[in-house]
Design a protein around this ligand. Structure first.
Ligand code: CA
Length: 225
């Protein structure tokens, strides 16, 4: 797994770098937003660990550049425990995950290992279809009609839950368990933000949303009839 750490605090950056090299992962470190952006444009990374407060360009600004450019990289925001607003802002801005500071190195590594396993494309080339929405799991591509829809890795996983079983209603808790497994501190608010992000990308104006809300139960995907 090729990982980019964007962190301006030297002590923390060194700790993470040592832990990653012991675990056999490639890790590059950028100390500010602009140099992180140069590295991202030049190389291919699987995961960005992104601090919020950075010199030059803050974490949210860098996140929006990454998503605007359609880079298929996972982004895990490193947010302060006290700053709940940062976590929500990061998720709304296109982050796939978050980890609150201070964190234990074992926990960071465990989460990175889980993400690494998910990055391996399945051998069978499954294509799911719901109405005019299609998802090619092997190629990691989603189309609505002829329109290609760019999804972040985690948006793709959330959509896949619905595409595998169209017509089935999923509760927020169920979606949490499927996507975040035993990862810590996920909550149903996170699910709501991902549904909002998917709707913004998938839906056409004036039509009913593909992912419908089932009041006080959860969500269901249905093609409009
Ligand atoms: Ca910082």
């Amino acid at each position: 797994m090729d990982v980019l750490l964007v962190e301006d605090e030297p002590l923390l950056a060194d700790q993470v770098q040592r832990a990653f090299s012991r675990a056999g992962h490639e890790l590059r470190v950028a100390r500010d937003g602009p140099s992180a952006w140069s590295l991202l444009k030049a190389g291919r990374f699987d995961l960005v660990l992104l601090d919020v407060n950075l010199p030059g360009m803050d974490g949210f600004e860098l996140l929006s550049k990454i998503r605007d450019a359609g880079m298929p990289v996972r982004v895990m925001m490193l947010t302060a425990r006290s700053e709940v607003g940062d976590r929500v802002a990061g998720l709304k801005g296109g982050a796939d995950d978050y980890l609150t500071k201070p964190f234990a190195m074992e926990e960071l590594l465990a989460r990175v290992e889980v993400l690494g396993r998910r990055n391996v494309a399945p051998e069978n080339q499954v294509v799911y279809k719901v109405g005019d929405l299609s998802m090619d799991v092997g190629k990691r591509k989603v189309h609505r009609g002829d329109r290609r829809i760019e999804l972040s890795p985690r948006e793709f996983e959330v959509l896949e839950v619905f595409m595998r079983e169209p017509g089935r209603t999923f509760s927020r808790d169920e979606i949490c368990e499927r996507i975040w497994e035993r990862e810590h501190e996920y909550d149903t608010r996170t699910v709501e933000i991902f549904i909002m992000r998917l709707r913004r990308k998938l839906d056409r104006t004036g039509e009913e949303s593909l992912i419908r809300t089932v009041r006080s139960v959860g969500y269901v995907m249905k093609a409009s009839s």
